[in-house]
Design a protein around this ligand. Structure first.
Ligand code: NAD
Length: 478
């Protein structure tokens, strides 16, 4: 048994929960596809039954509209869950693989097996979706699970806790609520896998803690995701998609387009069109955006002040701020904002914005845009708008990102056949669909001797002439 030093009373309670989950992991490991699908069904039914409570919880957290809660928290979760239900039997099956000629007499397969006890640490920005979808894959893969939702979105965290208490015994899935102190205590435990969604900064803390037990990690992080607009892009279509992708959840989306790179010749047209589209979305009858029920609030005063200060920093350094309304600290409202005349020394171009502010940078040559992207950490997402296939390929070839949409924003997250995740600073490991299942599974390599004798026996000691000849042959041909 692993010993944990210097535990406070609350940590001891966490350890008790952990031990229960670990003791039960062997039983859960033995569950078959039917049993796991039944568990996913229980989650599905609960979501359908309590749809309005989920809407209310996220509304209370940051005034997210019920329709947006439906699309981005409920529908997106159900989409991945139902896909997992449909495919789980296939994912769980041992996968036969071929054998090279020098392995004659053997057969091999990959056996996915549960990792054991898994920890899910979730952020606040899609507080339901980002806690429940990793859970779907952890359960599908046959693990026991501890979930720590974000303390910042506490209404949703409390809903999730009740949901798990209603659905699962405490030695199978357990929610632990709390902030940094609770996370820190959890990270001392010897989990078999940690699935963390949050900032790169905290991702590093999680990875450092995981090193202590050599626990595997999936890190779903963030960063600055650029949108590269090519010379020939249809700007009406582009701004529709940019407005949706940027301002949904009030920009508090890990894969929101963080900044725009646009040819100098099309910048003014883009800004005008973008302002029109913002009005069409959030002030269809000429009213101010702040009365729109469709536009979220900033999650808390810390983030409100952080966003206000990056706008002020940009303005101080010479940027032009085009703000569609006025900021209101009391209601934590920041209107959709476009920032032009931006330069790399502004905070707005240095940190992930994570709010409804869109800096627009112009470029003369596509290569200049590539340089701007290259100077920053590898992004979680990169968007390309344009018609010319060669140009689109050029952007793809000269950049990297966790995921990319061409003439779209953020939609790649919704296709469960695509891996979801970042690269280096924006994430390690992938989720969604089979990738999500694999992340919570150990891909066990199994080799079986089929006929009692393998060619390899000929090279056992004592090494004679035959062994030498065979080795020579293998070195030459295999
Ligand atoms: P965060 O990193 O501050 O917090 C995430 C979780 O970590 C929370 O549960 C929090 O309690 C915990 N935590 C915070 N500080 C900790 C510490 N010192 N030690 C241990 N645990 C700690 O992130 P956030 O503010 O909740 O979310 C915003 C960030 O998450 C953004 O960077 C965004 O891009 C990223 N994000 C990424 C994805 C993705 O899928 N890649 C999705 C959503 C958000």
């Amino acid at each position: 048994m692993d010993t944990i030093i210097d535990l406070s009373p609350s940590e001891l309670k966490i350890e008790d929960i952990f031990i229960q989950l670990r003791n039960n992991a062997k039983n859960i490991k033995d569950t078959n596809a039917k049993e796991r699908i039944q568990k996913l069904e229980k989650i599905e039914q609960y979501i359908l039954k309590y749809r309005e409570d989920i809407q209310k919880a996220v509304y209370n957290d940051f005034r997210k509209s019920p329709t947006e809660a439906d699309t981005t928290e409920i529908l997106s979760t159900l989409g991945l869950l139902r896909h997992a239900k449909r495919n789980l039997r296939k994912w769980m099956k041992p996968r036969k693989v071929g054998s090279p000629l020098n392995m004659l007499g053997t057969s091999s397969y990959i056996l996915p097996e549960p990792k054991g006890v898994c920890l899910i640490i979730a952020p606040w920005n899609y507080p339901f979706y980002l806690a429940i979808t990793p859970l779907v894959y952890a359960i599908a893969a046959g693990n026991t699970v501890m979930i720590k939702p974000s303390e910042i979105s506490n209404h949703t965290a409390t809903f999730i806790q009740t949901m798990m208490d209603d659905l699962f015994p405490s030695d199978e899935v357990k929610v632990v609520q709390g902030g940094v102190d609770v996370s820190t205590a959890l990270l001392k435990l010897k989990f078999n896998h940690i699935f963390f969604t949050g900032s790169p900064q905290v991702g590093k803390i999680v990875m450092r803690a995981a090193v202590e037990h050599l626990t595997s990690v999936t890190l779903e992080l963030g960063g600055k995701s650029p949108a590269v607009i090519c010379e020939d892009a249809d700007l009406k279509d582009t701004t529709d998609k940019m407005t949706w992708g940027k301002f949904i959840n009030a920009g508090q989306t890990c894969i929101a387009p963080d900044y725009v790179l646009i040819p100098k010749s099309r910048k003014e047209e883009f800004i005008e069109q973008m302002s029109n589209t913002i009005n069409e979305f959030y002030s269809p009858n000429g009213e101010v955006v702040s009365v729109s029920e469709d536009f979220c609030r900033i999650i808390n005063h810390n983030h409100f002040n952080r966003l206000k200060s990056i706008i002020e920093d940009a303005a101080d350094k010479g940027a032009t701020i085009i703000m569609n309304g006025e900021m209101d600290e009391n209601t934590k409202f920041i209107p959709p904002t476009i920032v032009t005349n931006v330069s790399n020394d502004m905070k707005i171009m240095q940190e992930e914005i994570f709010g409804p502010i869109l800096p627009v940078m112009e470029y003369e040559q596509l290569e200049d845009a590539f340089n701007i992207i290259e100077e920053k950490e590898k992004p979680l997402a990169l968007y390309i708008f344009g018609k010319n296939k060669k140009l689109i390929r050029k952007v793809l070839n000269n950049t990297t990102a966790g995921g990319t949409c061409i003439n779209e924003t953020i939609l790649h997250i919704n296709n469960p056949e695509l891996p979801f995740g970042g690269v280096n600073n924006s994430g390690i490991g992938k989720s969604h669909g089979k990738f999500g299942f694999d992340g919570f599974s150990n891909q066990r390599a199994v080799l079986k001797n089929r006929i009692g004798m393998t060619t390899i026996k000929t090279i056992y000691p004592p090494y004679g002439n035959l062994a030498k000849k065979l080795t020579d042959l293998m070195i030459k041909y295999f």
